[in-house]
Design a protein around this ligand. Structure first.
Ligand code: KG4
Ligand code: ZN
Length: 356
């Protein structure tokens, strides 16, 4: 019997993405259109603009993924699409396009939770058994959770304000890194990592956020305002013009990276202690999965590695292209749900019903 084929569609934020996988996890075709450049110019995502760009690209991207896989839409076993969380206007484009497809071809529909898909991506490549601990750190996400099963997540903590990648991007802009030719092709987080490597003395002491909080939540907004104050003070001292880099930019970058890394590490350590106390993770071969754009930071990885070593856990990170938003993770999550028989909506002539 041929393996079943699943189409995954993702439009929750600023990437229009699609992929076709077979149920063994083989990626048959994928396509992605990023809106990042447009949003970078306007200094942030404007939802109606994102929606229009998804509309302009969805058909082309889905067809590209299907064509690359060498199949026709008729041969699909199901369509899996991100339905939450994300920008409502962006999600709507992927959802209505998917419903058009499943109605035309009479296919089952699998609604996907974007964060769950991020958390389970690792299982496409490695044999990671439930339960495991997951840390998602990116420009839009900051979450610690225990993954107990395909649709069974225990949220341990999340950011009470902004996500770490967002903070790093904003600080990089404040430091005028984004307009500097050396860093112009990098994200804010990458630029800060790069600069911090040149000067790894931590001379600006920044307060590690939430050290008094007995929970696993995160906060980055306070750190950002501490740094902004230092930047403005140094700019006045050095009498520099807008767009010029401070002479102490590398020292600031190193201090920011150190503080972000230690904040993330401390919350993760608390989560591990909590899991051990409550018996939420296996006593042998427990696993911490770290994903999201910020997880590619080598310094943050090094600190997380030392924490997992000390806790006798294995640290796993999916490759960067699967850490960022993509269609593969959505299709893979659809496959896991299809195989487990959960959350599938069957389509009978344009009317959906849930099994059981
Ligand atoms: O997962 P991702 O590609 O996309 C979204 O968040 O949508 O994450 C992007 C974020 C950006 O904020 C970027 O600054 C950050 O990840 N990032 C990094 C590094 N590379 C990307 N942060 C720290 N160190 C890095 N090397
Ligand atoms: Zn995401």
């Amino acid at each position: 019997k041929n393996p079943r084929l699943i189409l995954g569609i993702e439009t929750s934020c600023d990437d229009t993405a699609a992929a076709v996988l077979d149920e063994n996890g083989t990626i048959l075709g994928e396509a992605l259109h990023s809106q990042k450049e447009v949003h970078l110019k306007s200094g942030g995502i404007i939802p109606p603009v994102a929606q229009q760009l998804h509309r302009d690209n969805i058909e082309r991207i889905v067809n590209k993924a299907i064509c690359a896989s060498g199949i026709s839409a008729r041969e699909l076993s199901a369509v899996a699409t991100t339905v939450k969380p994300g920008l409502g206007l962006s999600l709507g484009v992927g959802l209505s396009y998917s419903l058009r497809l499943v109605n035309e071809y009479h296919k089952p529909f699998i609604p996907i939770h974007h964060m769950e898909a991020h958390a389970l991506t690792v299982r496409l490549l490695h044999n990671v058994e439930f339960p495991f601990l997951v840390l998602l750190i990116s420009g839009g996400h900051c979450i610690l959770a225990v993954v107990k099963g395909i649709s069974d997540f225990l949220l341990l903590g999340q950011s009470i304000d902004e996500a770490p990648g967002d903070t790093l991007d904003k600080i990089a802009r404040q430091l005028s890194l984004t307009s500097h030719p050396e860093f112009s092709t990098m994200s804010g987080g990458q630029a800060i990592e790069h600069l911090a490597q040149m000067e790894n003395r931590v001379i600006f002491e920044l307060k590690i956020p939430m050290s008094q909080h007995r929970d696993c939540n995160f906060s980055f907004a306070g750190l950002r305002s501490q740094v902004n104050k230092i930047i403005r003070q140094k700019e006045a001292e050095e009498g520099i013009q807008k767009g010029e880099m401070l002479s102490c930019a590398a020292e600031i970058a190193a201090s920011v990276q150190y503080t972000v890394a230690h904040h993330i590490a401390k919350r993760t350590q608390r989560a591990i202690l909590f899991c051990n106390k409550e018996g939420l993770l296996p006593s042998k071969h427990a696993c911490l999965v770290v994903s999201g754009g910020v997880a590619s930071n080598k310094y943050i990885r090094k600190i997380l590695q030392s924490i997992t070593n000390a806790a006798d856990m294995t640290l796993m990170c999916p490759p960067p292209r699967l850490c960022t938003d993509n269609g593969v993770m959505i299709a893979w999550n659809g496959i896991e749900k299809l195989q487990a028989g959960v959350d599938i909506l069957y389509n009978t002539k344009g009317v959906f019903y849930e099994p059981r």
